[in-house]
Design a protein around this ligand. Sequence first.
Ligand code: GAR
Length: 193
Amino acid sequence: MEKREYMPIAVFVSGRGTNLQAIIDAINKGKLKTEIKLVLSNTSKAYALERARKYNIPTKVIPSKKFKNPLEWGEKLIEVVKESGVDLVVLAGFMKILPPNFISAFPNKIINIHPSILPAFKGLSAQEQAFNYGVKYTGCTVHIVTEKLDEGPIIAQAVVPVLPNDNANTLANRILKYEHKIYPQVIQWFAEK
Ligand code: GAR
């Protein structure tokens, strides 16, 4: 069989991992020319780890609370990511703020997906924030990670309408469908340089 060189990536997760699944599915459909070398979680409870194991993707759990301070946690993360030899770190529902030493070790090599049209509704529960604010459109954003939370150059956004019968949950689910489309697409752009 033809041997192809695929861009190696690491995916950082904290939860259920539907974005991880969308990335895996896009790879398996041949739409995304990357190889997931590592799925890293800050908690062993993340269901995303099970998804990774199902596809024999190496996993690691590195909780921040095991370290004296965030910078020591950052050093460990730097070591693990360097060891894995990846070209891109993909945050997919990673719910812990990364320490500055980690972010500066991989400039322009860490991307994140956030469930709002940034710069609106930064931080936690962005879908609920948008719903409660009463906006008629919201969506999701893929951006490069910098030291400022939910900032950094925007790569792609999808706009999603808020419908009359929505609640925060139905809205979040609609946004998620678009997350699953734009995140693999952006990773493929990185693979294509
Ligand atoms: C996604 O909606 C993602 O955009 C959001 O967490 C969810 C993870 O879902 N991320 C953030 O809010 C980061 N600030 P998943 O585990 O099913 O991919």
